[in-house]
Design a protein. Sequence first.
Length: 273
Amino acid sequence: MVLDLKWIYEIIILFYGLSLTGYFIDFIQGDRRANKIAFWLLGIVWTLQTVFLLSQIFIKDDFPVTTVYDGLYFYAWILVTFSLVLNRLFRVDFIIFFTNVIGFSVMIIHLMTRAQRDMGEGGVELVNEMLVVHVTLAIISYGFFTLSFIFSVLYLLQYRWLKSKKWRNRLARLGDLAKLERLSYLFIVLAVPVLLIAIVLGVVWGYISEDVFYWMDFKTVGSIIVVFVYMIWLFLKVVRGFQGRLISTYNIGAFLLLLINFFLFSSLSNFHF
C-alpha cells in the first residue's frame, strides 16, 4: 500500500515560507522575537520532512538518494538540519537566513520535479493547490502593502498639519510621526517576502501546469518590478537611513505602481485574469 503524503509537501512549503519570512524580518531589523518564531517554524518543517523521509525508508523500503529527484529532498532536509544546529549552537543569523533561502529554493525545485513526474490526478491536484496558495499569498502581500501605504499617507498628512500648526484633535487621533513611519516600515517588511514567495510559486505553477507560461507577460514582469521597487525602498530605509517625507512619498509611488500592476497589467496578461 502506498502512503499518500501529498499534504505534507503543502504544509512543509507553508511553514517553510513563514519561517523564511520570520528570518527575513530578523535579517532586516534584528528582531529576536521574529527569529525565535522562525526557528520553531523551521523545527516544524524539519519534523514533517523527517516524517516523510522515514516513511520512504521504512514503508517504501527505499533510502531517497538514488535519483536526482529524491536527492533534492534529502539535500533540503540536510540544509534544514544544519540550520537548526547552527541556530542552537552559534549566533550566525545571516548564514542561517541565506541557508534557508537556498533550502526553500531546493524544496520548490523538488516540488516542481515531483509534480512533473506524477502528472496524474494527484499531480494535477497539487498544481491546482499551488495556484491557490500563489494567489492567496499575493493578495495577503497586497493587503500588507495597502496598510503601509495608508500609514505613509497619514504620515504626510500629520507632517503637513504640524507644519501648518493645525493642532486640534486630528493630530492626537493620527498618532505621532515616528509611530506612523514605523508601522509603514513594518508592513513592507512583512509584505516583501510574502510577495516573493507568491511569485516563486507562481513561476513554478507556470512551468508545471498545462497552461503556456510567458516570462515576458505583463503581469509577470510587473510583479517582478514591484518587488524590485520595494526592495530599493528597504535598501534606502535600512542601509541608507532615509526617513520622513521622502521615504513616505516613495512608498506612495510604489503603491501606485502596485495598483497599475494589479489592475492594468492583469487585464493585459496572457494568462492572468
